[in-house]
Structure formats: C-alpha cells, structure tokens
Design a protein around this ligand. Structure first.
Ligand code: NAG
Ligand code: NAG
Ligand code: NAG
Ligand code: NAG
Ligand code: NAG
Ligand code: NAG
Ligand code: NAG
Length: 453
C-alpha cells in the first residue's frame, strides 16, 4: 500500500518537475537523490555516491554516477566546486548536518557543491571505516580528475572534510600533488591519526591552502596542527554549552566534536566575524599575551569562513600556525575579544583577583584578572558578545583573599584599561581616567570611554 502511494507521489512529482523545467529541459525526468542508508550487515561495499547541489536547487541532490557524463548534469565548470566528505557513521545513516552545510555554502556563494556519500564504507566499526579511507580517496580523486578533464581548474576545488573525512580530503589532495585549491578539516579525526605520517593524514602539503578547526582535541579530534592555519576553538578541547557529564548520553559524546561543523555553518550564515589570533598556547592567549596578528600574518587575522586564505593577505603562508579564539555557547558563536588590564598603585604580598564584567543593554560577560604577588600588572582576555563600543558600563569587583589567620586588605587602588583585539601597534587602550579604589567584594560600575569607530 505504502509503496503504491509512494510511486503515485513520485509520478506526480515527476510530472510537476517536467512541467516546471519547461523548455530548458535540463532537469526533466530528474528527481532528488539522497544519501543511502546502510545497515551494519550490508555495509561491506563502499558504494560511493556523488550528489550535486546548486544554487538553483539547493535542496535537491542530483546523483552523478561515477561513470556518467558530468556534462549532462547541472554542474557548471566555470564556478568553484566545494566537495563535502563526511566521517565515520556509527549507524550507517545520512549525516544530520549535510543539508545545513550545503544550504549555508549556497547561501553565500554561487558554486557547485558535491556531497560525497560513503555511508556504506563508513559504518560498522571505526577501524574498518579507517581501512576504507584509501579506496574512498581514490574514487574521489578519479571523480576530480574527470572534473579537471572538463577544464575545471584544480585551484577552484575546495574540499571540506569532517572528522575522518578531513583525512580523506588530505589523501585526495596528496593524490593531486597538493595542487588543489583548499582543504578545510572540521575537527579532523584523532584516533589512529595522531601518530600517522603526514602522507596518511591531513597536512599542509595536501593543498595550496589547508586549514583545520579543532574542537575536540582531547577525544575524537586530532591535537596536532595539520594545516597552514589551525584554529583551536576555546583551546580546542571542550566547548562551552556542551554537556560535561556522561549522563547526557550521545550528546555528551559528540557535542564537542560536532561543534566544528556547527561553528563553520554559523560562520557562513552570519556576518559577525569569527577571528582568531596566533599564539603558542591557549593559556598564553587567555592571559593576554597574544593580542594581534602581526607575527606571522603581517596584521591580517585569520577568519573562519570562505574568505580566500581565511582573509590572511600573504603571498606564502607559514605552516601549522596555531590560532586561538573563544566563542559563546550557541550560534552564531561569535564574540569580541578584549584585553583587560589592572595596574595596582602599589604591589602586594598576595595574589590579587578582580572580577571584570562588561555590561551592555542585553549582555553581561565576565573574566577574572589575577595579579601575581609582588607584581603590579594583571592581564586577561574577556570575551564579550557585543562590540566594546556598545558596552555601557564595566563593573569591577575586588575579591580579597581572606584567610582565618590573616585578613586581606579591605580595598585596592589602581588603574583599569581595556582594548578590543586585534590590538595593533597604533591602537591605544581605553582607560578609566583615574586611579580607582575598589572596596572588597563590592561591585563598582563605571562608564567605559570607548567609542565606535
Ligand atoms: C555558469 O556560471 C556562470 C558564472 O556564474 C554563468 O554566467 C553561466 O550562465 C552558468 N552556466 C550555466 C549553464 O548555468
Ligand atoms: C571496508 O572495510 C571493511 C573492514 O575492513 C571491509 O570488510 C570492507 O570490505 C571494506 N569495503 C571496501 C569497499 O573495501
Ligand atoms: C595614580 O597612581 C600613580 C601611581 O602611584 C601616580 O603616579 C599618579 O599620580 C596617580 N594619578 C592620580 C590622578 O591620582
Ligand atoms: C541601550 O538602551 C538605551 C536606553 O534604553 C538606549 O538609549 C540605547 O540606544 C541602547 N543601546 C543599544 C546599543 O542598543
Ligand atoms: C547584568 O548584571 C546586572 C547587575 O548584576 C543586572 O542588573 C542586569 O540585569 C544584567 N543584565 C543582563 C542582560 O543579564
Ligand atoms: C598605523 O598608523 C599609520 C598612520 O596613521 C597607518 O598608516 C598604518 O596603517 C597603521 N597601522 C595599522 C596596523 O593600523
Ligand atoms: C556584581 O555583578 C555581577 C555581574 O554583573 C553579578 O553577577 C553579581 O550579582 C553582583 N554582585 C553584587 C554583590 O551586586
């Protein structure tokens, strides 16, 4: 019965689509193709499928059979091509994020989007999915060779690989001599790859520009840099807004790992810039030691998204540069980073802690400045959701360290300054224009003298 109904529906859809296609005839007889579903028992063949999505039909996949003539499809060889490769699929199902990513790409740019469906080869156990990677990479390479034969330029090809798919992208790039345009790895897989040789995993030699977004480096993601630019989001390990306890089940397991995909999709859909800053470590970044992009990027900070070379204007990019950024807990994830500083009038014998809160009409965002004992200066990065110039007031709270054998000073005096990153050599900090007194455990609010540029 159901099958009957389905075939009737298809007949109706077929008539509608031929009617609409009119005299262009391009889509006549074509119905939307989708990912396959593999169950574990049947998952012993790769059965790679290439699904084409274009701006004129972002929701309707067009199946391009490996031996089919691509010329007959709506593939437009004068446009750039994005190839999406998913990773391990435990249950052999279509990745839930595919549609969102395809739509986000086609929302921003007129390109050919090819989603590679290797659901069959990616299911079952993770090690067997890994074993299939080389053969998969070969099929994708053959597919790309056909595109090149049509006159498509290698530099116009951009592979976006998720998890294991990032290393597949690396292999494909390797097979093409590192001459494809770009590879983006979204939390490239860690297990079985951290100690692999660069030939076996994604590495900066695999394309003219290779970037990776790391969000779960302590679990499913890889902890080493694998591109020209490696974004370590919130340090690259644990993401804000993700459950921290196993009781949250599946969501706990994959939330950090999948954040790279959600962040990327969000960066394509929203205009707020997601910038990152080169630094030696996340701790150094948080401590305010990395406030610009002068070294090594000559002033242009990398931005997550589709800008050419991530917006870094350099002829030859250095390799494996680790860049750091913070995000908010949910989409659109972008925050502004400000350096906040407090300089004590006189140094103290104990560590000094001051809580700083930026308040706008709709947000309160905080960070804690710690001034080491016998020093006068404390620095910290504060992530805030509205630009500094929209911050109405800053609240400072001195947190005395009262121990039962010694009472800390009841107040401190010093100078407070803040500046939004990137803090290039000519940018000056906005300071509260006097030496302020902060009584213990009391909120003191000031207007911040920062104006929008
Ligand atoms: C291919 O894309 C180019 C550039 O956008 C456009 O001018 C051309 O009409 C497209 N060709 C087809 C067949 O859609
Ligand atoms: C994928 O790997 C599994 C496990 O090694 C193997 O059984 C299967 O044949 C592979 N599939 C292909 C198409 O090579
Ligand atoms: C602020 O403190 C510094 C350091 O003690 C001092 O040199 C300066 O004169 C003070 N400024 C004001 C306005 O009190
Ligand atoms: C914040 O609220 C005040 C008073 O309601 C208003 O005048 C101001 O424009 C608001 N600022 C922003 C950035 O929305
Ligand atoms: C921010 O904090 C202040 C002081 O605690 C509070 O009055 C205000 O409602 C908060 N605003 C938001 C948007 O949470
Ligand atoms: C610094 O200021 C000079 C002169 O105003 C300007 O030419 C230069 O571009 C500025 N540098 C940066 C990084 O903004
Ligand atoms: C101080 O400000 C913070 C942040 O706005 C707020 O959470 C806290 O409740 C305030 N504390 C007091 C004692 O007002």
């Amino acid at each position: 019965m159901v099958g009957d109904l389905e075939s009737k529906l298809f007949a109706v859809l077929f008539l509608l689509s031929t009617a609409q296609a009119g005299n262009t005839g391009r889509l006549s007889g074509h119905r939307c193709a989708d990912f396959q579903t593999a169950n574990i028992l049947r998952g012993s063949k790769l059965k790679v499928q290439f699904l084409l999505f274009t701006s004129s039909s972002p929701s309707c996949g067009e199946l391009i059979l490996a031996d089919d003539d691509i010329k007959k499809s709506s593939f437009n060889s004068s446009l750039e091509t994005k190839i999406i490769i998913h990773g391990f699929r435990a249950l052999g199902t279509k990745p839930s994020w595919i549609e969102g990513l395809v739509h986000a790409i086609l929302h921003t740019s007129q390109v050919n989007v090819i989603a590679v469906d290797w659901v069959y080869g990616s299911t079952g156990a993770y090690p067997s999915a890994v074993e299939n990677v080389t053969q998969l990479a070969l099929s994708i390479s053959q597919f790309i060779s056909k595109l090149l034969a049509l006159g498509v330029s290698g530099t116009s090809i951009h592979i976006i690989g998720v998890s294991l798919g990032a290393h597949v992208g690396g292999l494909v790039g390797h097979f093409h001599g590192g001459q494809l345009g770009r590879i983006t790895g979204l939390d490239p897989a860690g297990p079985k790859y951290t100690r692999a040789s660069p030939e076996e995993r994604l590495d900066p030699g695999d394309a003219l520009f290779v970037e990776a977004i790391h969000t779960d480096a302590d679990n499913f993601g890889i902890r080493i840099p694998v591109g020209h630019i490696d974004y370590f989001v919130n340090g690259g390990k644990d993401q804000p807004g993700c459950p921290r306890f196993i009781s949250a089940g599946y969501k706990y397991l994959i939330c950090d790992h999948m954040r790279a995909v959600h962040l990327y999709v969000s960066a394509l859909k929203h205009s707020c810039p997601i910038l990152a800053f080169p630094c030696a470590s996340h701790q150094d970044f948080l401590n305010g030691h990395c406030v610009d992009c002068v070294d090594p990027f000559l002033f242009s900070c990398p931005r997550i998204g589709l800008l050419e070379q991530a917006g870094v204007e350099m002829r030859k990019l250095p390799k494996e540069v680790k860049v750091y950024l913070m995000t908010s807990t949910s989409a659109p994830f972008c925050v502004h980073h400000s350096l906040v500083e407090f300089q004590l009038q006189t140094k103290r014998n104990v560590v000094t802690s001051i809580e700083i809160t930026f308040c706008s009409n709709s947000t309160n965002d905080s960070a804690k400045i710690t001034i080491p004992k016998l020093q006068v200066m404390g620095k910290q990065l504060l992530a805030h959701r509205v630009p500094l110039c929209q911050i109405n007031s800053v609240t400072l709270k001195y947190l005395p360290k009262n121990k039962f054998w010694r009472k800390d000073e009841s107040s401190i005096v010093g100078k407070f300054c803040a500046a939004q990153l990137p803090l290039d050599s000519n940018r000056t900090m906005s300071c509260l224009p006097w030496n302020i007194t902060l009584p213990g455990n009391t909120n003191v609010s000031y207007e911040l003298p920062a104006t929008c540029a």
